[in-house]
Design a protein around this ligand. Structure first.
Ligand code: PMP
Length: 362
């Protein structure tokens, strides 16, 4: 639409492409199976639901401004220093804080080819320039990132495991990238899917060893609280102090704080969800491959199914939809021949495989 007169957004804002979220409805299907947003199919811990309901009764009071209870719980469960944690409205908000605080006009924010869609949004919202670097076979390419660094680079975002590719790079590669950072540059390790990757600390040890590495985490995935909007960043004290200056004092609601704290303490719930996810992820990926659909090994709670071309991916998407199943077509991520399928409950994954089996047989 043409701009009406002198009221104009800041430069770069209108270059932002609206975020394309996963669909949640199919016409003609009253209760579709939604496997499009990498949500926990088992929902939140029952303890979190109880805690949120209790907090709701006290909703006339403003919530904590310093999130001390939630930070202490996260610190206790993951062995972190509570003073080095900042909580946000999803890790999305932490990503925004980082861009606002560290990148502005003339600065560059690096991310990779199939990187998460919030990085360029947050970079442009801060007036900075997002710069995309090539990947190698749907995997973060550290050499390409290092080659992409310029004197204007202020932030580098990588998600490990990556969304939507579900691939990972090993800790040695991440350290190599951290070693190559110029003085003015922060490395952000987006750990939205860390819990699903066995034996990976999300970059905790690197964060603690450096003054220029930050890890972000979320309650939206394994904790089953995507609707609650809670995430956090773990970083060096100078970064956390900086981010707290631009954080709204009441960014997290009392319900969000209570629900997330109960969720992080319910370690048995998380362990059981992870156990089922690992088993079902292998079954789903194996089933796809048996049908001739390529699929990288996943370290997350979703798989990326690769078809022979865009038309084949579209046909599979349409076929799944006709069976009442919603998956994600990651076209906006430059993967038009792929479908991203969240690992569901065992019966959900069986439905996906049955639907695709029928399609291939037809
Ligand atoms: N990073 C990655 C890689 C993601 O996939 C997501 C969720 N889609 C997020 C961050 C943001 O998650 P949230 O804001 O719900 O914490």
């Amino acid at each position: 639409a043409p701009l009406p007169g002198p009221i104009r957004p800041q430069p770069g804002i209108l270059d932002i492409a609206l975020y394309q979220g996963g669909a949640s409805k199919i016409e003609g299907h009253a209760a579709p199976l939604k496997l499009s947003s990498n949500e926990n199919p088992f929902g939140p811990s029952p303890a979190a639901v109880t805690a949120m309901a209790e907090a709701a009764a006290g909703a006339h009071r403003y919530p904590s401004t310093d999130h001390a209870g939630l930070r202490a719980a996260i610190a206790e469960i993951y062995g972190l220093d509570a003073d080095n944690i900042i909580c946000g409205v999803g890790s999305d908000e932490v990503i925004h804080f980082l861009c606002q605080a560290y990148a502005g006009p003339g600065d560059e924010v690096l991310y990779t080819e199939h990187g998460f869609g919030m990085y360029p949004i947050a970079a442009r919202a801060a007036g900075a320039t997002p710069v995309v670097v090539a990947e190698a076979e749907r995997r973060v390419d550290v050499d390409a990132l290092i080659a992409g660094i310029t004197p204007a680079t202020r932030l580098i975002f990588i998600a490990n495991p990556a969304n939507p590719c579900a691939t990972m790079i090993d800790s040695g590669e991440i350290t190599r990238l951290a070693d190559a950072l110029p003085d003015q540059c922060l490395l952000i390790l987006d750990g939205a899917y860390v819990e699903f990757a066995e034996g990976y600390d999300g970059g905790k040890s690197l964060v603690e060893a450096r003054d220029n590495v930050v890890m972000t985490r979320t309650f939206s995935k394994v904790y089953g609280l995507g609707g609650l909007r809670v995430g956090y960043g773990y970083g060096p004290r100078h970064v956390i102090d900086t981010l707290n200056r631009i954080r709204g004092p009441f960014n997290l609601s009392a319900m969000a704080l209570a629900g997330a704290e109960a969720a992080v303490r319910d370690v048995d719930w998380v362990a059981e969800c992870l156990r089922v996810n690992a088993e079902e992820r292998a079954r789903l990926a194996g089933g796809l491959r048996q049908l001739g659909i390529a699929c990288d090994d996943s370290q997350a709670n979703f798989v990326l199914a690769r078809f022979k071309d865009e038309a084949a991916a579209d046909a599979a998407d349409a076929h799944l939809k006709s069976d009442g199943i919603i998956v994600r077509a990651p076209k906006s991520y430059g993967l038009p021949d792929c479908l991203r399928i969240t690992v569901g409950r065992p019966e959900d994954n069986s439905r996906v495989l049955a639907s695709l089996t029928a399609m291939v047989a037809a």
